[in-house]
Ligand binder design. Structure first.
Ligand code: ADE
Length: 266
């Protein structure tokens, strides 16, 4: 899967992308992350990427021209407000409609105004071959970037960061680990918190006793049916206590429901 990232701070990305699972995924060709400096798409002497807001007021706004140029150049597409449609040149020169471009490559603006990112959105985005991520900076981006270029807006939570760079890395990380072969253990992503709609069960490793804290006997019993049951119940219990809102959307069996009922009425 290919990630095209558009940013004014390209130096933020390498250290994280060159570490651990993402590094291995890149080396094995499972993901490709290309970082594009929006400033490279300016044409003036001072390479200006922001300007004062029309209508006055404080702060600076990201200018539309370099952002449009960067995305259009990398994705080989163009947008014109007077035509109100995206078009793209396919490798054979055929013109694609906006719908085709959109379905091929989501162009995501990272912004606190977007829909909130979660595991379901990560799964949805992981189905694409390529996604583009635009990192906003300053107080905001020119509205025409939202109207004419972005096909989606995503927030990583209800708080405001200084830019979209950390959100972009968060999306890349969460999406990459859902792709086939990225995690060493093939069941790795399935057991994650949120993947099953529940928080994850507790994990232990050796030693069996540490400063008086013991690994539960069942995990040392070798009885896999019992271990599975214990893990499922702990996941249900944790979710019930910490994130009861998640239970409504989790796929619960009749046995799960009975177990949760026993927590409600001990
Ligand atoms: N840019 C600034 N804050 C953000 C947030 N919460 N999510 C995504 N992009 C952002």
């Amino acid at each position: 899967m290919q990630f095209e990232v558009f940013t004014l701070l390209p130096e933020v990305f390498p250290s994280y992308l060159e570490t651990s699972i993402l590094k291995r995924a890149r080396e094995r060709g499972l993901i490709e992350v290309r970082i594009h400096n929006i400033r490279d798409y300016t044409h003036d002497k001072h390479r200006v990427t922001d300007d004062t807001p029309c209508g006055g007021g404080g702060g600076m706004v990201m200018k539309p021209e370099p952002v449009f140029e960067a995305v259009e150049s990398v994705l080989e597409m163009s947008f014109d407000f007077s035509l109100k449609e995206h078009s793209a040149s396919a490798p054979d020169g055929a013109i694609q409609t906006q719908v085709e471009v959109v379905s091929q490559t989501p162009i995501i603006l990272l912004t606190p105004q977007g829909r909130v990112f979660d595991q379901t959105v990560a799964k949805e985005l992981s189905q694409h071959k390529k996604i583009a991520l635009i990192c906003g900076r300053y107080e905001g981006v020119d509205e025409r970037i939202r109207e004419g270029l972005a096909t989606d807006e995503i927030s990583i939570g209800d708080y405001v960061l200084t830019g979209g760079e950390l959100p972009a890395l968060i999306l890349i990380d969460a999406i990459a680990r859902l792709l086939p072969d990225v995690l060493g253990d093939p069941t790795g992503a399935e057991d994650d918190s949120h993947a099953m709609g529940l928080l994850e069960y507790p994990h232990y490793t050796r030693p069996p006793e540490f400063r008086g804290g013991k690994v539960p006997d069942v995990l040392l019993s070798g009885d896999h049916a019992k271990i599975d049951k214990w893990r499922r119940e702990r996941a249900l219990e944790r979710t019930y206590r910490k994130r009861p809102d998640m239970l409504e959307r989790a796929g619960l069996t009749e046995m799960d429901r009975k177990f949760i009922e026993s927590l409600r009425n001990p």
